[in-house]
Design a protein around this ligand. Structure first.
Ligand code: FEO
Length: 169
């Protein structure tokens, strides 16, 4: 059984993961509207991945016998600027998520809640990968900034992204 405080914090994190999914779906729609179909595909998979993150927390809370009061999900923005701006907004959002996960990990440790801490370490590690992937895309977009052909090449590369379902979900 986990403490009331950690349960509340995990439900907040669950909401943030759903918001992330929603944000990336909005980014995908925006990219589609600009005919960046590779980026639209990439963000659509990012939406699905965030949904998996939310499910991971949800499953854990259920396993711990917690009651779950779901909160409303905030409305995401719908305009993002250039393709580079979209990925920069994505990076800023992931950095925000990392800060929250680090704080939440500290709280779990303080409560000597090692089960929740373990769950959170999975997320902390995932953030390293997520930030690094987005930073790489940003670096490429900066290299070709202003060059239509280069941007289309990157958009094409983004269309090759795949996503599986983790076996533990
Ligand atoms: Fe689940 Fe990208 O944070």
């Amino acid at each position: 059984m986990i403490s009331k405080k950690i349960r509340k914090e995990l439900i907040k994190q669950l909401n943030r993961e759903f918001y992330s999914a929603y944000l990336y779906l909005s980014m995908s729609a925006y990219c589609s509207s600009k005919d960046f179909n590779g980026a639209a595909h990439w963000f659509k998979l990012q939406y699905e991945e965030e949904h998996q993150h939310a499910t991971r927390i949800y499953n854990y809370l259920i396993e711990q016998g917690c009651s779950i009061n779901l909160e409303a999900i905030d409305k995401p923005p719908k305009e993002f600027g250039t393709l580079l701006d979209v990925f920069q907004a994505s990076l800023e959002h992931e950095q925000f998520m990392t800060r929250n996960l680090n704080e939440l990990s500290n709280k779990a440790l303080k409560k000597k809640d090692h089960a929740s801490y373990n769950l959170l370490q999975w997320f902390v590690n995932e953030q390293v990968e997520e930030e690094s992937t987005v930073m790489e895309i940003i670096a490429k977009l900066k290299l070709v900034e202003g060059d239509g052909y280069g941007t289309l090449m990157i958009d094409n590369e983004l269309s090759t992204r795949t996503l599986g379902t983790p076996s533990d979900l």
